[in-house]
Write a protein that binds this ligand. Structure first.
Ligand SMILES: Nc1ncnc2c1ncn2[C@@H]1O[C@H](COP(=O)(O)OP(=O)(O)OP(=O)(O)O)[C@@H](O)[C@H]1O
Length: 231
């Protein structure tokens, strides 16, 4: 598909230099359909996080073709990467919530990089997301008074409040019970259907696999399986 939001060809990635140089990704070729939910799985050290961070413009692409939302990342300058990152939503394991801000204020941080807007509308959007994630009665809580799973859901709301075109998630359901994990993934799928939001998610969570449109397995830095499924 020509306008696929995520395209990689011949993507290699190396860590270190000289004797310690180690190849983490080998010749990754990938086209991800708009609005789909793709799961990346594979053993520890297989390269999942490396691939996710390259796609997200969080790590420099040094060898290979990576086009995200039409933007070539190889040799892209920092300003280009910053502009791209604003169009993406990141849900990573370390929630990085601000301890002195309430759940709502933390979610609003997801809008900060996008400049000023209508504050009332923004608060309403934050509350709406927290409500959908089952946190309606926790909007004014500080992270210190939230459980691990609740914090994780605040991080999900923060990633989604700016209506990102692509969501990149690293184990977003690890801290969640079955119902909450299901709710988060259902929400991401719903955004895919409603707005064409494309999600790529690293997970070991078998409960999520059945909800994915596509499951890609990495082993030792290579794609060893790529399965599309009707969910
Ligand atoms: N900053 C780094 N410096 C050197 N090597 C690294 C670095 N980050 C990752 N690696 C190596 O690259 C390989 C892939 O790591 P990566 O974190 O992408 O794997 P992963 O599949 O996400 O693992 P996990 O499931 O444990 O998070 C591993 O061999 C790892 O040791």
């Amino acid at each position: 598909m020509r306008d696929a939001p995520i395209i990689t060809h011949g993507l290699n990635h190396f860590f270190g230099t000289g004797d310690t140089r180690k190849q983490a990704l080998f010749d990754i070729a990938l086209e991800v359909d708009r609005g789909s939910l793709t799961v990346l799985m594979g053993p520890s050290g297989s390269g999942k996080t490396t691939l996710l961070t390259l796609i997200g413009g969080l790590r420099a692409v040094k060898d290979g073709d990576v086009r995200i939302l039409g933007q070539q990342l190889m040799r892209a300058d920092e300003a280009t990467l910053v502009a791209l990152r604003r169009r993406l939503g990141f849900i990573f394991q370390a929630h990085n919530l601000h301890e002195s801000l309430t759940a709502t204020q933390n979610v609003l941080m997801g809008l900060q990089v996008h400049g000023a807007g209508d504050a009332r509308k923004q608060r309403a959007a934050a509350h709406h997301l927290l409500d959908l994630l089952g946190l309606a009665d926790r909007c004014d809580y500080l992270p210190g008074n939230l459980s691990g799973g609740q914090k994780q859901r605040v991080a999900v709301a923060r990633a989604l409040v700016s209506n990102p075109e692509i969501v990149l998630a690293d184990e977003p359901t690890a801290a969640l019970d079955k119902a909450s994990g299901h709710r988060v993934v259902k929400m991401l799928k719903g955004l895919g259907d409603a707005r064409g939001t494309t999600t790529v998610m690293v997970t070991h969570d078998p409960r999520i696999l059945e909800m994915a449109d596509r499951i890609i397995t990495l082993e030792d830095g290579r794609i060893t399986a790529d399965r599309r499924q009707v969910s």
